[in-house]
Design a protein around this ligand. Structure first.
Ligand SMILES: [Cu+2]
Length: 166
């Protein structure tokens, strides 16, 4: 299994809750003024900020954005994927991506599945193969070359899918 590299970009936004803006106590304003004038220590000023945070006058909002170093696409293994018949197909059944894309399979089913590459005749080939994926588990493979890639589940071998790389 290959790991894909993700750079996590943490963005912290400080917002003042406008509904409470008028409730900033005078001593905090005074403290801030004294701090800007260099009459009190940073620590004393930070205590005032802590007070505003604790009283929820200032709210700290934290947003985390995933910035991937490569393009990614997802195939969902849906509930009912193990059944024989016209149900439970991979979503999408034929994923079309540019070369260089990392494809991530996500097991949304309540039982184990694997992702195993095979040729167009159904013979196992060793391009990629996953461990047994539990519910919520992911398997990633980066497709570097153009082509049509067939795969199936070794536990439910009638279940087949395609990744087309252009
Ligand atoms: Cu399966």
């Amino acid at each position: 299994m290959r790991l894909f590299v993700c750079t996590l970009l943490a963005v912290v936004i400080l917002t003042v809750n406008s509904a409470h803006a008028e409730t900033v106590p005078d001593w905090v304003k005074k403290t801030t003024k004294l701090w800007t004038e260099g009459k009190i220590t940073d620590n004393e000023f930070l205590n005032a900020i802590r007070y505003l945070l604790n009283k929820n006058i200032i709210q700290l909002e934290s947003k985390t954005e995933a910035k991937s170093t490569s393009d990614m696409a997802t195939v969902v293994i849906p509930n009912g994927n193990s059944r024989v018949g016209n149900v439970g197909f991979y979503v999408p059944l034929n994923l079309q991506v540019k070369s260089g894309t990392t494809v991530v399979w996500v097991n949304d089913d309540n039982i184990l599945h694997t992702i195993q590459s095979q040729d167009e005749k159904g013979n196992v080939i060793s391009i990629f193969n996953s461990n047994a994926l539990k519910t919520g588990d992911r398997f990633a493979y980066k497709f570097k070359e153009q082509g049509t890639y067939h795969y199936f589940c070794t536990i439910h071998p009638w279940r087949v899918g395609v990744v087309t790389v252009y």
